[in-house]
Design a protein around this ligand. Structure first.
Ligand SMILES: *Cc1c(COP(=O)(O)O)cnc(C)c1O
Length: 366
């Protein structure tokens, strides 16, 4: 059968390997499998969320409130914006998808960092648009600007602050200086999936969505409940932009795109900031252990503003083999081989999970 030709060379997104797969393939008990591959919150989510979702379970027969009024209210209070500035997605992934589909087509190009979130490319290629990347793997705004100025048909630019899968983060003031140079017809997506982490580690990284969208009406700020809030399994994210942008994205949105239980979970999660704060704090305490560990074993890391860290190996080691050996022993990490790197990305786990990682890694890394 003939399909849209843009799909011919499109690869399917490869998600982090699930615990179930390791249980099936290597016969390890589920309780002994540690997943440090998808940047989930190892502490789970707020207990208040679990309680509220349990109570809400009796309402599964009902479609969710499609206006998502209560969640938008809670987000508008948090960010000091209005409901009309907000769109809710099934993960911020969905908001990113809608944003690309609203702007990109086969006559345009989409600009992003050398190594960044894989979904930007996949959604771009679906539209027939061309992907442009900076030569540097990490975000380099000078290179981005040069490419932008040399190409008049760039419809969307992605800034992943902090960046997944590498962990680096631009300073807010540099992002603003960059935005000053961008035409108002070009949509700039500020993907802030890890901003709770970045802003905690260094306040110079904090981008305020209200401020950025009022100064730059061509931007959309995206956030998620999947990382610091610990709700990856619930699929909830949001976009904050001027109503002109939000109204267009709403035309592309499927009705009831998040569930009744998801809505409840996100609303209650926003009310428990203490849970997020404790998670973020512990994350960076534990990250120090990884930095120390890497130093002792003599491999490079990239300074991380997220809940994961990249370990780079020299040519005597192979990241794919290391990831495979770890998996056979029950620890799932992300091999960055497909990004052309000899490196693995490890989500920072609980103190116990991290101890287990160091122990196991030492036995396989001889
Ligand atoms: C995890 C992640 C997202 C969003 O994830 P959702 O679960 O779809 O909300 C977006 N961008 C980056 C860079 C991410 O790592």
């Amino acid at each position: 059968m003939q399909f849209n030709s843009v799909l011919d060379n499109l690869k399917t997104y490869e998600a982090g390997k699930p615990i179930e797969l390791v249980v099936r393939e290597y016969g390890i008990e589920p309780k002994d499998v540690i997943k440090l591959a998808s940047n989930e919150n190892p502490r789970g989510c707020s207990p208040k969320v679990i309680e509220a979702v349990r109570a809400e379970a009796t309402k599964m027969n009902l479609y969710p409130d499609d206006s998502m009024y209560e969640l938008k209210e809670a987000l508008s209070q948090k960010y000091n914006v209005e409901d009309k500035n907000i769109i809710i997605g099934s993960g911020s992934d969905q908001v990113i998808e809608l944003a690309i589909h609203a702007k990109a087509n086969s006559h345009t190009k989409v600009l992003m960092a050398g190594i960044t979130f894989a979904m930007y490319e996949i959604y771009t290629l679906q539209t027939g648009a061309t992907v442009l990347r900076t030569p540097s793997s990490q975000h380099n705004l000078k290179e981005m600007l040069e490419i932008y100025q040399a190409n008049k048909d760039i419809s969307v630019i992605f800034l992943c602050v902090p960046n997944n899968p590498l962990g680096e983060c631009l300073d807010a003031k540099d992002v603003y200086a960059f935005l000053d140079q961008i035409d108002k017809e070009t949509l700039v997506v500020i993907d802030a999936a890890y901003l709770e982490y970045g802003a905690f580690k260094d306040p110079a990284k904090k981008i305020d969505p209200r401020d950025v969208i009022s100064k730059y009406p061509n931007t959309i700020y995206t956030g998620t409940f999947s990382k610091a809030y610990g709700l990856g399994g619930m699929r909830c994210g949001y976009g904050i932009a001027q109503p002109e942008i939000i109204q267009v994205l709403l035309k592309l949105r499927a009705p009831f795109n998040i569930t009744t239980l998801t809505l409840k979970a996100a609303i209650v999660a926003l009310s428990d900031q203490a849970f997020v704060d404790a998670s973020v704090k512990e994350n960076f305490e534990q990250m120090k252990r990884y930095e120390q560990f890497a130093k002792e074993l003599g491999f490079k890391t990239i300074e991380s503003y997220t809940n994961f860290i990249v370990l780079e190996f020299d040519a005597s080691k192979n990241s794919g083999e290391i990831a495979q050996k770890l998996m056979e022993k029950g620890i799932i990490v992300r091999n960055l081989g497909s990004y052309g790197m000899n490196a693995i990305r490890i989500t920072i786990g609980t103190p116990e999970q991290n101890s287990r990682f160091f122990e196991l890694f030492t036995t396989i890394y001889k």
